[in-house]
Ligand binder design. Structure first.
Ligand code: CA
Length: 231
């Protein structure tokens, strides 16, 4: 069961979504303002954050920015206006996904489930210990439980999908994967079907884990085949 932090100042929506998330088997914490969102995030350490944009105090974009300074936990933004969608997509704030209001509860739950799977959280308790064990590769250390990657002790900044991709490659080090295989593994959203998406994420990972990202020696390109992560 995953722990979801739902940040929303509208009481009725908070009650309705909270009810549905719990019915779907998730634990739920709530926050009603920007500042409270950060406090609860710190204390509750949720597996996923469902974050409204318009909030008292400061808005959801600012909450996301501050969460991203310390965590790559999956975040789904709830947007009410088209310009908010533009901001989420355009600024690459590090949101995993967004859902436009008004939304169908079923769609919201499906997005939550998909983001949790990408984020590495498990809905099967027995599976959690196996998938949440920290992984090491040279001086790299990836901890799925805290969504943190460090290199020689220094915290790296990775967007949620780049984190999921690195997690997968570290679990399958030495194996060569095509772009299509990686897409199928990590992107269960049929609308994101462009294999070049993988190239972009590979570049982001290289910028963090390689001494010289243009001469990668850890995350190698295998010409005509795909990518391979090696020691
Ligand atoms: Ca609101």
């Amino acid at each position: 069961m995953a722990h979801v932090l739902f940040v929303e100042d509208e009481e009725n929506l908070r009650a309705a979504v909270g009810y549905s998330l719990r019915k779907a088997g998730h634990a739920v914490s709530f926050a009603v303002s920007g500042p409270e969102a950060l406090t609860v995030f710190q204390e509750a350490r949720p597996d996923l954050v469902l974050l409204d944009v318009m909030l008292p105090g400061f808005d959801g974009f600012e909450v996301l920015r501050r969460i991203r300074q310390r965590s790559s936990v999956p975040v789904i933004m709830l947007t009410a206006r088209t310009d908010e969608v533009d901001t989420v997509v355009g600024l690459e704030l590090g949101a995993d996904d967004y859902v436009a209001k008004p939304f169908r509860m079923r769609e919201l739950l499906a997005r939550v489930g998909a983001a949790l799977r990408r984020g590495g959280a498990s809905s099967v308790p027995g599976e959690a210990s196996a998938t949440n064990a920290p992984l090491e590769l040279g001086d790299l250390r990836l901890d799925p439980a805290t969504h943190q990657v460090t290199r020689a002790g220094r915290l790296l900044v990775l967007k949620p999908r780049a984190f999921a991709l690195l997690h997968f490659l570290m679990q399958h080090r030495g194996q060569v994967f095509s772009r299509e295989q990686l897409l199928r593994q990590l992107w269960d959203d049929p609308f994101i079907g462009d294999p070049r998406t993988i190239d972009v994420h590979i570049r982001w990972i290289r910028e963090q884990i390689e001494d010289d990202p243009s001469q990668p020696c850890r995350l190698r390109t295998i010409r005509g085949v795909g990518y391979q992560l090696v020691e």
